[in-house]
Ligand binder design. Structure first.
Ligand code: XMP
Length: 510
């Protein structure tokens, strides 16, 4: 694939944002650790060097070999990237005399410079660095300064190399996307043709070619990723795709039947397997959170494996793995740490299944998955669905799990989630759910004493589930929901709202 951008990661917290900004321009970008530069650079039409928590002056600083890149293809250094280019090619980097974090404004913009086309004098940029470029290399032209940073943007003459001290990828750099567009489109000549429709067309063609007339099995979860992966495969190979949707007995109220109908309506070849009893039996009496998770994972694999064996000639397993699940991260020290997040939906199926793996979404961020889903005309009710964990209500019923507790929590959860929808709050919340606590407390209903269960409601805002904050839901909403739950759900006499952020709490209670 040509017409793509290589982003070399030096460990900045913003590297993923660079990739997203570039992709928002409909240009495909890939992140690679600075010490794993791809051997085939002809796939790429431009390179961006990310920021880093390191200082170029430190002995442990990342020092990539750019001999095949610098001067040979369009190159943009951001923050550490700009300092790296200055430091190693004839300039000087020194500690900043003043703190340079947050808001700054560009001034003294070089006239008639294509990199700055359309950028206004006074444009707000975001700084986050403790070193500064004291002296530019000899062949450099200064392009812009800020209040505190003389060398805020520069280019190297005789080559297509640019450096900027600020971060164009963050939201607070108001004209950051325009700068990236100037560099990538106007200067490097990349085409903006990486659209969801184009992605669907190329992916479907690739899947057809790769799979041929073999069969693929895929575990649907009701979530966005597995659903979009299924629709892409369906478009490519139709009925050769065999989807399996397992009811572990820990789904939301009516979810199994509703979602199954929806999948069938979308034309998917899907089999619903109701294994509720098998899961509940395996979980009986178990109250340790990790053991519960392990049991649910193990039984899922057993059920899935049984079903997969019933599909003749299945040689492929499809998974909904997305890009953030597989980006190799660079540790804060700049050293290669190669942490890859494990995917926890249908991931981790055992080797003995001996299936080839196909992951149609492995290049996409979550919001891109949704855009692709829209391009496939999938229902908003699937694309906009809150994340729901694989172990389902099993990790929201604290302590041991019984069928009675499951149905109690399903009722509570349905009142909460439907209430969010009725109040127009569902789409403003990243994830919401209810927890059934293993505590009884005293209440009074009519003139009677009650001694019943307590439920906790949780609603969080987040972008990726890694960090999260509780949502300030309106009191009148909480009042209405609490009232409805206590009046309608037998066995519950108390409702509390969880006001813990992550960290230190997690989103799920177990
Ligand atoms: P925590 O509780 O770790 O959750 O703050 C972060 C996000 O991950 C989801 N989650 C899971 N998803 N299988 C999943 O598919 C799991 O085992 C699992 N555990 C947590 C959780 O719902 C939240 O969105």
């Amino acid at each position: 694939m040509q017409n793509q951008v290589l982003i070399l990661d030096f460990g900045s917290q913003y590297t993923q944002l660079i990739a997203r900004r570039v992709r928002e321009l409909n240009i495909y970008s890939e992140i690679k650790p600075y010490n794993k530069i791809p051997s085939n650079l002809s796939d790429f039409s431009a390179v961006i060097l990310s920021g880093s928590p390191s200082s170029v002056r430190s002995a442990e600083a990342p020092t990539p070999d750019l001999s095949n890149i610098k001067g040979k293809m369009p190159l943009l250094g951001v923050c550490y990237g700009a300092q790296f280019l200055a430091h190693y090619f004839g300039g000087e980097v020194a500690p900043s005399a003043t703190r340079e974090y947050g808001r700054a404004h560009l001034h003294s913009l070089q006239q008639n410079e294509p990199f700055l086309e359309g950028i206004s004098d006074g444009s707000q940029v975001w700084m986050s660095h403790s070193d500064t470029i004291k002296q530019l290399p000899e062949n450099a032209t200064l392009l812009a300064s800020t209040e505190d940073v003389a060398n805020a943007a520069y280019k190297l003459d005789g080559e297509v190399t640019y450096g900027i001290q600020f971060h164009p990828e963050v939201y607070h750099t108001t004209e950051g996307t325009a700068l990236l567009k100037n560099f990538l489109v106007n200067i490097a000549g990349l085409k903006q043709d990486w659209t969801p429709d184009a992605f669907v067309d190329t992916t479907v063609a690739e899947l057809k070619e790769k799979i041929g007339d073999e069969s693929v099995i895929l575990g649907l979860s009701g979530g966005v990723d597995s659903s979009v992966a299924a629709m892409l495969l369906h478009k490519a190979i139709g009925q050769q795709l065999h989807c399996i949707f397992v009811n572990n007995g820990l789904l939301r109220k009516n979810e199994f039947s509703d979602v199954l109908e929806q999948y069938k309506g979308m034309g998917l070849n899907v089999k619903g397997v109701d294994a509720s009893a098998r899961f509940l039996e395996a979980l009986k009496g178990e109250d340790d959170p990790e053991t519960k998770r392990k049991i649910i994972g193990r039984v899922f694999i057993e059920v899935f494996d049984d079903e997969a064996h019933k599909v003749e000639n299945a040689t492929w397993l499809a998974q909904g793995t997305i890009y953030p699940d597989r980006i190799e991260s660079v540790s804060a020290s700049g050293g290669p740490s190669a942490v890859i997040k494990s995917h926890h939906n249908v991931g981790g199926l055992p080797d003995y299944m001996k299936l080839k793996v196909v992951e149609p979404l492995h290049l996409l961020f979550k919001d891109e998955v949704r855009r692709v889903g829209r391009s496939l005309e999938m229902p908003e009710s699937i694309l906009g669905r809150h994340p729901f964990p694989g172990p389902g209500l099993g990790i929201r019923i604290l302590g041991d799990i019984t069928a009675e507790k499951v149905s109690m929590l399903q009722e509570v959860d349905a009142i909460f989630i439907n209430g969010l929808k009725d109040f127009g709050l569902y789409d403003k919340v990243w994830q919401a759910g209810a927890m059934l606590l293993p505590v009884n407390s005293v209440g009074v209903m009519g003139d009677e004493r009650t001694y019943e269960k307590c439920v906790a409601l949780r609603a969080v805002e987040s972008t990726d589930g890694m960090t999260a904050d509780w949502v300030n839901l309106p009191y009148e909403f909480l009042q209405k929901i609490s009232n409805t739950i206590i009046n309608k759900v037998k066995g519950v006499n108390r409702v509390v709202y969880d006001i813990s952020s992550k960290p230190p709490a997690t989103i799920e209670w177990e």
